[in-house]
Design a protein around this ligand. Sequence first.
Ligand SMILES: [Zn+2]
Length: 160
Amino acid sequence: MWRILKNVEFANSKECLIIKSKVLNVFRKYEQKKSVDESGGILLGYVYRNYTEIAKVTTPNRFDTHRLRFFIRSKVSAQAQINKAWIKTRGTLIYVGEWHTHSETNPKPSDVDKKMIMKSLKETKMEIDFLYLIIVGCNSTYWVGKQTMEELIELNGRSF
Ligand SMILES: [Zn+2]
């Protein structure tokens, strides 16, 4: 199996999100094939002044609920992993959003997804005022958005 070696950048005129190649390889592993359950987890990243870098993601665990078109991650296990990353990196690697798979090429967020990411932003106790949502579609296609208190903005992808 070949592995992705390049980081990928998603951006618009104001925002930039970099996804590390090792994270893309995790997404690739969980890329939804037909009749496989939806997978997902949380995004852990470093927030810089001009961009955010996704450096680590959590993957489905036995506490999560899997259904074909729905993924509910366990709050308790996610929080434990957020705390672990925070301690290990002295508070620099933080919770920056959510990811999950869709069984479609060129995925789009559903109404449930939009409500979920806004709810997560309102509930997060981190010092940031935004969260990212990454939807992993089939054939290495992605939908990436940044949720602020005002809006969910789509970011366009390009490799570098
Ligand atoms: Zn979804």
